[in-house]
Ligand binder design. Structure first.
Ligand SMILES: O=C(O)c1cccc(O)c1O
Ligand SMILES: [Fe+2]
Length: 285
């Protein structure tokens, strides 16, 4: 079993890099750390980066996870080979591009591009936001799944994720005490389904609600509260048409032994206990 220590970064292709940098800094509230002609590195914590937008193919995306030890990358290569998945070892230049010491890249059971990373770089300077959205952490992300049974098996038996809750066939998966850091949603697509940043409080969620409305940012769900993680949330669209989420108050599962995953019905009330209706394809019946 490949032990995922934490989520690490997303690499997100886009058509217009400058437009994504404007959105990420002025709307989302990330800090731009580095920009080249083709790459923009943004963060909401003291990591070298959380999101890297890449000029080019808008459908390209990668999600990355940290492993604790270098030997775990070598073990992962062997374990993935056993289930018929070949890995690519990052070259020196590819490691530099990702601000990591080492990584392997592969496609998961849904053809989602995944990277397993050893020693992602931290900075010695704190995150200094370009707008005060109240971001405390890169929270989680959703991935598409064209065959949920197959992909859940992969994520929970080849990789170390555990199901915290299910909503219909969708699954919220944890890799540590946080209720979920990955979510798998049935769909006919591949890759990243939504991107979540945690914010400090309900005040930040509500402040952003007014802020986003004033600027004409399409809000696609919320404000509301998830009955699953208990987090209060708001979802909106970026100029890349990707779904972004702020949430606050995600529950922790501290007593693994006594926790049983719950099955929620596939209804709007399972996504929001306040009555908000999702305008997100994968969250709709
Ligand atoms: O936080 C959650 O519980 C949650 C539930 C459904 C969908 C999501 O994106 C979530 O973050
Ligand atoms: Fe989410």
């Amino acid at each position: 079993m490949i032990n995922l220590h934490d989520i690490c970064y997303l690499r997100l292709g886009c058509r217009d890099l400058d437009e994504m940098v404007r959105f990420a800094t002025e709307i989302l509230g990330l800090e731009l750390r580095q920009k080249t002609a083709t790459h923009a590195y943004l963060r909401g914590d003291s990591s070298a980066f959380n999101l890297c937008y890449i000029q080019g193919d808008a459908d390209y995306d990668v999600s990355a996870f940290e492993l604790r030890e270098f030997v775990e990358l070598e073990q992962a290569e062997r374990e993935l080979a056993e289930v018929g998945i070949q890995v690519h070892w990052g070259s020196k230049a590819e490691c530099t591009e990702r601000h990591v010491e080492a990584f392997i890249a592969f496609a998961d059971s849904n053809d989602n591009r995944i990277e397993l990373v050893y020693r992602p770089h931290q900075t010695g300077v704190r995150y200094f936001p370009s707008r005060d959205a109240g971001i405390t952490e890169f929270g989680h992300f959703g991935l598409h799944s064209r065959d949920i049974k197959r992909d859940l098996h992969f994520w929970t038996s080849v990789l170390s994720a555990c199901v915290s809750d299910k909503i219909g066939d969708g699954a919220l998966l944890r890799i540590d005490q946080v209720h979920h850091k990955i979510a798998l949603f049935p769909s006919d697509k591949v890759g990243v389904q939504h991107v979540n940043f945690q914010v400090a409080s309900i005040d930040d969620v509500m402040r952003s609600w007014y802020f986003l409305q004033e600027r004409g940012v399409p809000i696609v769900f919320g404000p509301g509260r998830h009955p699953t993680s208990t987090a209060m949330f708001i979802y909106f669209l970026g100029p890349d048409r990707r779904v972004y989420e702020y949430s606050s108050g995600v529950k922790r599962i501290t007593d693994e032994a006594s926790y049983t995953p719950r099955q929620f019905e596939m209804k709007p009330s399972s996504f929001c206990m306040w009555g908000a209706k999702p305008n997100v394809e994968e969250f709709s019946e």
